[in-house]
Design a protein around this ligand. Structure first.
Ligand code: FAD
Length: 295
């Protein structure tokens, strides 16, 4: 669920999350669930908080109600030993998302990764944010749990920056994003133990880098503080091979009524049809394999 607007919607999202938790509790293969805070808060409110604008009394109460909903879900996740990913979204609401994620992490990441905040390395300021996240965790005595992603809202970010005439928060080139991602992964694996990291990517090089960094630090593949994640139906070649080699692998499964998951699916098709994107990667592998079998 994302981009919801009414209290009834937020209650429904929270109820769905509770049901997902129930389901996860009964299935030993599901140990993490995922959420987008724009499904639990009004977008405009998250934006106002991010921009540091003062809230009216009614808005402040609305914000507290939203935080209470998130708090109940995180508490239930913690008590069931299930993790909860908080997805990263648009930069103009992310300040509020991060603030809530930190607050929940402080309460529930007691040596285990219950609340896992996503960090988008296509943003120019996120390596600093990673360092700040670790510092906040140290200062408050909790485990810093992060999911690294490159980021899924590049076009929208750039368009808004152009339209509103401020510098784009996104790296100017793919190479710079790759470089930041590698540094982010290096930082996390370098601080493993104080940090839990989920390497959420379809990029083969990023998976290779994870294995190399872990080996260099003498971490066994199944180290409980490192995981990799791919979307269900995508990059099985990475997920299956990593799992086979003993790494912790998660498959991210979006579900729901088609109308609700449409924006999500559209973002995936945009990725899949780009030249550098996933589909061409996977099609190339299939073509290669066909050729090999034909001899
Ligand atoms: C398990 C999982 C969870 C995810 N959760 C989130 C989430 O919470 N929030 C979120 O935003 N995304 C999320 N994503 C999506 C993710 O951010 C990427 O869009 C997607 O995975 C493709 O990235 P990749 O690492 O496979 O990189 P690649 O396919 O190697 O690179 C593509 C990515 O690089 C960046 N990029 C491309 N062109 C340029 C350019 N010209 N300049 C600068 N940067 C560029 C973009 O971020 C693009 O998505 C998730 C992905 C996975 C697999």
């Amino acid at each position: 669920m994302e981009g919801k607007e009414s209290e009834a919607d937020f209650d429904r999202t929270a109820a769905y999350l509770s049901q997902t938790l129930e389901y996860a509790r009964e299935d030993e293969d599901i140990h993490i669930i995922s959420t987008k805070l724009s499904g639990l808060f009004r977008f405009g409110l998250l934006e106002k908080v991010t921009m540091g604008e003062p809230l009216t009394k009614a808005e402040a109460e609305e914000y507290e109600r939203g935080k209470a909903r998130v708090g109940r879900i995180c508490k239930a996740a913690f008590e069931s030993g299930i993790g909860i990913h908080i997805d990263a979204e648009h930069s103009w609401i992310q300040g509020a998302v991060d603030e809530i994620a930190w607050e929940m992490s402080r309460q529930y990441n007691k040596g285990i990764p219950t609340v896992i905040n996503a960090v988008q390395l296509y943003r120019k300021d996120r390596l600093q944010f990673l360092q700040d996240s670790l510092q906040h965790a140290r200062d408050n005595g909790y485990l810093c749990a992060v999911k690294l992603v490159r980021g899924a809202y590049m076009e929208k970010e750039r368009e808004r920056a152009r339209a509103m005439d401020y510098p784009s928060p996104i790296h100017e080139s793919l190479e710079e994003t790759h470089r930041a991602y590698n540094e982010g992964l290096q930082f996390c694996i370098g601080h493993i133990g104080e940090v839990y990291v989920c390497n959420a990517t379809h990029n083969e090089e990023s998976c290779r880098l994870q294995t190399e960094l872990m080996e260099a630090r003498g971490l066994e593949p199944g180290h409980p503080m490192v995981a990799t994640a791919q979307l269900y139906g995508m990059s099985d070649n990475l997920s299956y091979n990593m799992a086979e080699a003993g790494f912790n692998v998660e498959k991210y499964l979006p579900y729901g009524p088609v109308r609700e998951v449409l924006p999500y699916l559209i973002r995936r098709t945009q990725e899949n049809t780009s030249v550098e994107g996933q589909m061409s990667r996977e099609l190339n592998l299939i073509r290669k394999e066909l050729q090999r079998r034909r001899g």
